[in-house]
Design a protein around this ligand. Structure first.
Ligand code: PEP
Ligand code: MG
Length: 480
């Protein structure tokens, strides 16, 4: 598909680190040579990862290993230059000859990488970006393209023409690209753009070129889906507001107790406050006191609150006094849990909800919904418990997969329970932040998705490409 929409991620590929303080010529030479051999190795690794770029990257690796280049670096450091300066000067001395062969950009890229390596700074890709995004940069060298993550859905650059290396390589890699778009650098991080690589056109926002279902899906309302924010700090509030969050689907009260601040930031919009989820990954010493061999299977969440009802009472009172309206309980296990929590919450005039984080709760969603006003699926814990894989253990990371059919079928039960009882079910775990999974969750019957604020733009863009019917089809395919 040549037309795609997604949020912008700006990449700035200029070395920013300071040149190191100059040491002895031998030391500077060793630093420069180390940087050059590191660059050659990285370029070859990138070539293995992206075969379409392999020959260009091999040629660049050979530039970095050129013995004449090393000799020139040696003479510059002997003249008192730092490793970084010597590298710049040595590469510059090759430029006229290389430029005549039309390879200046490749040479400049090797130089830039060598200086980075000498400085010990890495290219700023902004960390691992898991959601589909459009990369926007002044220009991208072949190695930059080869290093792009799989979540890049399109590329926009300010420099370069349609036959530039970038454009050709992007085509070979199957990534829609518009190069030489002079307004590229006026795009902001997070802004949603539509990139039509066939027409060479970039437009701001999601265009209506494709059949989209924005009003039905992304705007809330009777048939719509609320896109909300998970909040754990004041900084999240600002991000949520700028992302256009339709309220707060999960306020993690273990991290943020300024309830009034959050409520005031979202006038007229729902703010769901999760009462203390103590234990396991969120130790709260005043609630989860004892050392347990398996804290995630122990006295945590609602279990800890049932053991210390005075703490829950104090918290519910504080929430009511702050003007709160909706509260939900973590780690609800069954109907009795839900009934107990609902009674406590209602006694303070608060609307109760239950998190669905334990498989038992998903299976019993209908009974639980008969006690509370809404449910919210915490996929982080639901995945952990369904697949018996500790979410805190790096070795179990490959099993933390919300796409697992067992997890999706449990969520589909929750969706069916919501439909049967006429009460809302949403998702507030990390799965809601995955733009590819979001339409599936909607198709499973979820009417709100609450996520880290930074993910809202991408999820909104993704959902705008589907009708509710299409979401249901996706869901059917996904649950297997
Ligand atoms: C979850 O378990 O998915 C959830 C939203 O709660 P937390 O990540 O805070 O445990
Ligand atoms: Mg949880």
């Amino acid at each position: 598909m040549s037309t795609v929409s997604g949020p912008v991620v700006r990449l700035d590929f200029q070395p920013t680190g300071p040149d190191a303080v100059t040491g002895s010529p031998n030391r500077e030479y060793a630093r420069a040579l180390g940087a050059l051999s590191g660059v050659a190795q990285t370029l070859r690794e990138l070539g293995l990862r992206t075969p379409a770029a392999a020959s260009i990257l091999e040629a660049q690796a050979m530039m970095a290993e050129d013995p004449v280049l090393a000799e020139r670096v040696r003479s510059f450091v002997d003249g008192g230059k730092s490793a970084e300066e010597a590298l710049r000067n040595a590469f510059d001395s090759f430029r006229p000859g290389i430029a005549a062969a039309g390879r200046a950009a490749d040479l400049d890229d090797v130089c830039r990488r060598a200086v980075w390596a000498a400085q010990g700074t890495l290219p700023g890709t902004g960390g691992l970006i898991e959601y589909p995004h459009v990369v926007v940069a002044l220009d991208l060298a072949p190695a930059d393209l080869a290093a792009l993550e799989e979540s890049v859905i399109a590329i926009v650059t300010a420099q370069g023409g349609p036959t530039s290396h970038t454009a050709i390589l992007a085509r070979a890699m199957g990534i829609p690209a518009v190069t030489g778009w002079t307004e590229a650098l006026s795009l902001r991080d997070g802004e949603v753009v539509t990139v039509d690589s066939d027409a060479g056109v970039v437009s701001r926002g999601v265009t209506a070129a494709r059949p989209v279902a924005t009003p039905a899906i992304a705007n809330g309302g009777p048939q719509g889906v609320l896109l909300q924010a998970n909040i754990g700090s004041s900084a999240d509030i600002a991000q949520a507001l700028s992302a256009g969050a339709q309220g707060v689907g999960l306020l993690r009260s273990e991290f943020m107790t300024g309830y009034a601040e959050v409520i005031a930031a979202f006038p007229g919009k729902p703010v769901v406050i999760r009462v203390f989820d103590a234990g396991a990954d969120k130790p709260l010493p005043f609630l989860a006191k004892t050392q347990e061999p398996n804290p995630s299977l122990g006295v945590r969440g609602l279990r800890a609150l049932r053991a210390h009802p005075d703490v829950l009472t104090a918290q519910l009172r504080a929430i009511a006094e702050a003007g709160g309206a909706q509260v939900m309980a973590p780690m609800v296990g069954d109907q009795q849990d839900a009934a107990w929590f609902a009674a406590q919450a209602r006694s303070f005039g608060l609307s109760p909800g239950a998190m669905i984080e334990v498989p038992a709760a998903a299976v019993l969603a209908r009974e639980i919904l008969s006690e509370v006003d809404f449910v919210s699926v915490g996929t982080n814990d639901l995945v952990q418990y369904t697949l018996a894989a500790d979410r805190q253990l790096a070795a179990m990371a490959p099993l933390q997969n919300p796409w697992h059919p067992a997890v999706l079928r449990l969520i589909s039960w929750v969706g069916q329970a919501a439909q049967a009882t006429g009460k809302p079910a949403g998702v507030c775990g990390e799965a809601a932040a995955d733009p590819r999974l979001a339409p599936v969750l909607v198709g499973l019957g979820m009417s709100s998705l609450s996520m880290s604020p930074h993910a809202i733009a991408a999820v909104r863009a993704a959902l705008s490409a589907y009708t509710l019917e299409q979401c249901r089809e996706l869901a059917q395919n996904a649950i297997g």
